[in-house]
Write a protein that binds this ligand. Structure first.
Ligand code: HEC
Length: 260
């Protein structure tokens, strides 16, 4: 067995192996960064969250800016009643929203009046109230002027043909990468207690990740499978790479073997 060990390779092959492993691990990091840039804006809000993954593999409803602001408790000063009225208004169709916006026959305050009273001090060009945000203008005599801020819409998942192409590319290349790194790791002298579980999760992680791409199409919660599987796979490959490099360069323990 010992003759198969990586540490028993000559100096030059160990240099080459180390360079290859570093390139591979670097490549994993680069594809992680590429994914981040690609997916970060899938839900059309900044920052990479589970929602981006859900949007990509399942599709999501992108809530309107006004809805999102009200949902996250903005502004704090708003009374629960008014918040509820505005949310109910936003839940309607665009036509209904337009009709109700400044409906002259309304008995209660119209959405326009509620926005005038509660939002415009901060949200109008030149607003100077403390904590104002004039970049978002909510002063609008006509619904049309704030319409874009009120529209929720569907974000479609990635096209099936593109997903199939991506599966084809990634399933083949990543499984080979997992096989190579896992195999190399198993040829190190690192303890089995470490290498065996890592070899196991590299495989399961990749299966969960790529399987999740397809399963999440029907069940949005399975987007977590993509995230967890991807994290476990790339973490596992990185750990395996680290062990291979360490094994290349750590001094031999115990009785030296004949090869080398
Ligand atoms: C005290 C000032 C103040 C008031 C009142 C206020 N806002 Fe804002 N608003 C801000 C500031 C500051 C930001 C930017 C920082 C942030 O997002 O919290 C903002 C951001 C927003 C955004 C940007 C999108 C987002 O979700 O970040 C929307 C939409 C918005 N407000 C809607 C409203 C509505 C609707 C009201 C009234 C019901 C309102 N605001 C009242 C200060 C205010």
């Amino acid at each position: 067995m010992t003759s198969m060990r990586i540490r028993n390779l000559g100096f030059l092959p160990r240099i080459g192996l180390t360079a290859l492993v570093l390139t591979l691990v670097g490549g994993t990091a680069a594809s992680g960064y590429f994914l981040y840039l690609m997916q970060e804006n899938r839900d059309e809000r900044p920052g990479l969250t589970i929602n981006d993954v859900k949007a990509h593999y399942h599709g999501v409803t992108r809530t309107s800016d006004l809805q999102a602001a009200l949902d996250r408790g903005h502004p704090e000063s708003l009374s629960p009643e008014v918040r509820a009225v505005l949310k109910a208004w936003l839940a309607q169709s665009p036509d209904e929203m337009a009709r109700a916006y400044n409906d002259p026959d309304a008995l209660d305050l119209t959405p326009m009046e509620l926005i005038e009273r509660n939002c415009v001090s901060c949200h109008a060009p030149g607003a100077t109230a403390e904590g104002a945000h004039p970049a978002v203008n909510l002063r609008a005599a006509e619904f049309g002027a704030i319409r874009p801020l009120t529209l929720s819409r569907e974000i479609k998942p990635v096209d099936k043909r593109i997903l199939a192409l991506s599966t084809h590319v990634h399933a083949l290349s990543l499984s080979l990468m997992g096989l190579v790194m896992g195999g190399l790791m198993l040829a190190t002298r690192m303890p089995r207690l470490l290498t065996h579980p890592v070899a196991c999760v590299i495989g399961l992680g990749l299966l969960a990740d790529i399987g999740g791409w397809w399963l999440a199409r029907d069940n949005v919660q399975l987007a977590w499978l993509v995230v967890a599987g991807g994290a476990v796979f790339s973490g596992g490959v990185t750990v395996a790479g680290l062990m291979v490099v360490l094994d290349c360069w750590l001094p031999r323990f115990g009785k030296p073997s004949s090869a080398g």
